[in-house]
Design a protein around this ligand. Structure first.
Ligand code: CA
Length: 234
């Protein structure tokens, strides 16, 4: 066995799903452990120190949110929530409790693997809310030069306001990962009030327009309705 493999703990009570996820991840060179209850998951988390957790919210003994509450007291491990629930409020609650991302059942292999890679990359970078580093970001024909705070599309400079630039830079620092409205608003404006989400949506609409995106055209940023925004990966 390759000892450098990432270790992933899957907490899921439906055997069909856990075995599908296990097979998929193992085929992509991850080492996989499976727990079928929240309590077993917490125990295995403590004894095996995995690199990432994939967590079902509907577990037989406790709500999966309980796992996030327990583990987040002293661990920054990436947690991807796996849920049949389509309720946006559940996703937002999990994300705001500290989950890194979510996948809604039924999901495809490519989607799951993309989320896993994005979450592990966040871990390598260290903290979730790092200051934007120097260097450049590119996605298709979009380039962000962090040192010059300059954005170009197809070589043409895009004039963004300070706030628009900060939002775009933050999203680009977390490509592939959904950021909730709350997370973006706290980072950009420091605090939330009744008008914050509207203010964010107006800024996002302006960013998309300036980047040349038409409504429904998700070339750079996906609007996760009722949850937040996700910058696409190359
Ligand atoms: Ca379940």
């Amino acid at each position: 066995m390759n000892n450098n493999k990432y270790k992933i703990l899957v907490i899921e009570d439906e055997h069909n799903i856990s075995s599908f996820v296990k097979t998929t991840l193992e085929a992509n060179d991850y080492h996989v452990l499976v727990a079928a209850t929240c309590k077993t998951g917490v125990m295995m988390f403590a004894s095996h120190t995995p690199d990432l957790v994939i967590l079902d919210l509907g577990l037989p003994d406790q709500d999966g949110l309980e796992f996030i509450r327990v583990v987040r007291k002293d661990s920054a491990i990436p947690i991807i929530v796996l849920s049949a629930r389509t309720m946006e409020s559940d996703k937002v609650e999990a994300l705001d409790l500290g989950a890194n991302d979510y996948v809604t059942k039924p999901f495809g292999i490519a989607e799951l693997l993309a989320r896993v890679r994005a979450a592990l990359r966040t871990r390598r970078l260290g903290s979730d809310m790092l200051a934007v580093p120097g260097g450049k970001f590119t996605l298709h024909d979009l380039t962000i030069d962090y040192d010059r705070r300059q954005v170009t599309v197809g070589g043409d400079e895009i004039k963004l306001t300070q706030t628009e630039y900060n939002i775009l830079a933050m999203l680009s620092e977390h490509t592939g990962k959904v950021l909730t409205y709350t997370a973006i608003i706290r980072f950009i404006w420091g605090s939330m009030d009744d008008g914050s989400v509207k203010k964010l949506q107006v800024n996002m609409a302006n960013i998309r327009k300036k980047l040349g995106s038409k409504p429904g055209d998700n070339r750079y940023i996906i609007n996760e309705l009722g949850v937040g925004y996700r910058m696409l990966e190359e």
